[in-house]
Structures are given as C-alpha cells and as structure tokens.
Design a protein around this ligand. Structure first.
Ligand code: HEM
Ligand code: HEM
Length: 201
C-alpha cells in the first residue's frame, strides 16, 4: 500500500489504550463506483420499469452491457483493487476465506472483494453479458431460434431475482460482521483499516 493510498487518520480511537489506530484507505476508484451504481440502476430499470423488449429496454440493456465491458477491461489495467489479479477467486483463496469465516477472522489486509464476493461479481457480470447478447441476437435475427433465445434471456433475467438479493444480503451481513459499512464504501470508495487484524463480531 503506497502512502498515497492512505488518505486520512481517524483519531477517534487515539484516547483508548491498546486500541489499534484506524485509518481510511481508498479502495474503489471512481470507475468502479460509477459503473457499479449505473449497472445496478440499469438492471433494476429493465427488470421492473421498462417495457419488455421495448425501445428503452434495449437502450438501457446495451448501456449496461457497455458499462460492464468497460469495467471488465478496467479489471485488466485499472487500479490495484479493481484488477482481477487482486480478487480472482482461485480454489486456494476460496479455501482460505471459508476457513477464515468459520473462525470468524477477517483479514483486514484483503481490502478488495473477498473470494466469495468475487464469485458473485463474476456471476453478475456473466449474466449481464448473456442478457445483452441474447437480447441483441433476438433483435438482430442473425442466427439462433428466436424462441430459444427468448427462453435463455428470460432464464438469465430470472436468475437475477436470486443473485441480486443474495448479493445485497451478503453485503449487509459482511458489513455487520466486519464492522465495516461496505455499502458506504461503494459510494465513497474508502474503507477503514486498523494496524492489527480484527476479528468479526
Ligand atoms: C440489463 C439487461 C437486461 C435485463 C435485466 C433484461 C430483462 C428482461 C426481462 C425481465 C424480460 C421479460 C422476460 C419474460 O418474462 O418474457 C425481457 C424481455 C426482452 N428483452 Fe431484455 N433485458 C436486458 C437486456 C436486453 C437487451 C440488451 C435487449 C435487446 C436489445 C433486450 C431485449 C428484450 C426483448 C426483445 C424481450 C422480449 C422477449 C419476449 O418477447 O419474450 N433485453 N428482458
Ligand atoms: C442490480 C443490482 C446490482 C448488481 C448487478 C451489482 C453488481 C455488483 C458488482 C458486479 C460488484 C463488483 C464491483 C466491481 O468490482 O466493479 C458489486 C459490488 C458491490 N455491491 Fe453490488 N450490485 C447491485 C446492487 C447493489 C446494491 C443495491 C447494493 C447495496 C445495497 C450493492 C452493494 C455492493 C457492495 C457493498 C459491493 C462491494 C462489495 C465488497 O466490498 O467486496 N450492490 N456489485
């Protein structure tokens, strides 16, 4: 972590003996935050508000697809915590994370997505790309049976009714256990770290 990443010392714990000092670290850059909230808004709009297959549905769907592609490219060349190399859920990382969870330990150095969260992120990106592609193929009529494409599009859209609530519940649960408001972090970009590793609640 470079000095530049450390942006502010929080002195609220300074008077408490043996309490590790807390500081704010910039984790999520602007691109990650803007693509997150616009993709979320676009998906919610297409699930609940736009007319299925209507003009707005297509505009919103393609915008979401474009934003996800930009975010994925950023995963190759972007800032430290945005890069896939930092959070790709390898079996080793998953195993370690699950054992850390079972003893309620949180590795505070692991500031990016935890490996289970990363699995969810990859699923959400894959579903969104699948929706964009099946939507395009349905409309373009280039190849594929239109009815089969519609079925796949519907199946992918329906999977979001499971994945998105699970994602939100996980974000709230991990915020509670880690005593770290992850939702606020996705808005401000900052997370709080202490010098010593902390345990979960
Ligand atoms: C954020 C991405 C998207 C989401 C969440 C989404 C969601 C949905 C949902 C929930 C339906 C109704 C499925 C049903 O119950 O029959 C639907 C239908 C449809 N979508 Fe999308 N969609 C997305 C992107 C797109 C794109 C990019 C296109 C095409 C350009 C598209 C074209 C269509 C069409 C043509 C239908 C009507 C299919 C039919 O007649 O059954 N969608 N979409
Ligand atoms: C359709 C809705 C949503 C989708 C598709 C979605 C998708 C994603 C994706 C792909 C990421 C990874 C971000 C990146 O690395 O660029 C992410 C992270 C995150 N999302 Fe969402 N999200 C949605 C809604 C929400 C909502 C409503 C909340 C909060 C209430 C939320 C909270 C978070 C948090 C806290 C993270 C960061 C988790 C961490 O610190 O590891 N998301 N989401």
């Amino acid at each position: 972590m470079s000095q530049k990443d450390i942006i502010n010392w929080d002195d609220s714990s300074a008077h408490v003996p043996n309490m590790p000092k807390a500081r704010q670290v910039k984790v999520w850059d602007l691109l990650v935050r803007v693509t997150h909230w616009t993709v979320a808004a676009g998906i919610i709009a297409n699930l609940f508000f736009t007319e299925d297959g209507g003009e707005w549905h297509e505009y919103v769907g393609y915008t979401v697809l474009g934003l996800v592609v930009i975010r994925l490219l950023w995963g190759l060349v972007g800032t430290r915590y945005a890069r896939f190399t930092g959070f790709f859920p390898t079996p080793k990382r998953l195993k370690r994370h699950v054992s850390d969870l079972s003893v309620r330990r949180v590795d505070e150095q692991n500031l990016g997505h935890n490996p289970l969260a990363a699995l969810m992120m990859l699923s959400l990106w894959a579903v969104t790309i699948g929706l964009g592609l099946t939507g395009y193929l349905m409309e373009a009529g280039l190849f594929g049976d239109k009815e089969v494409l519609e079925e796949i599009h519907e199946l992918l859209a329906n999977s979001l009714y499971l994945l998105v609530p699970l994602h939100i519940i996980a974000a709230i649960a991990m915020s509670y256990w880690q005593r770290q408001n992850l939702i606020k972090s996705m808005i401000t970009g900052k997370k709080t770290v202490t010098d010593k590793p902390t345990t979960m609640k």
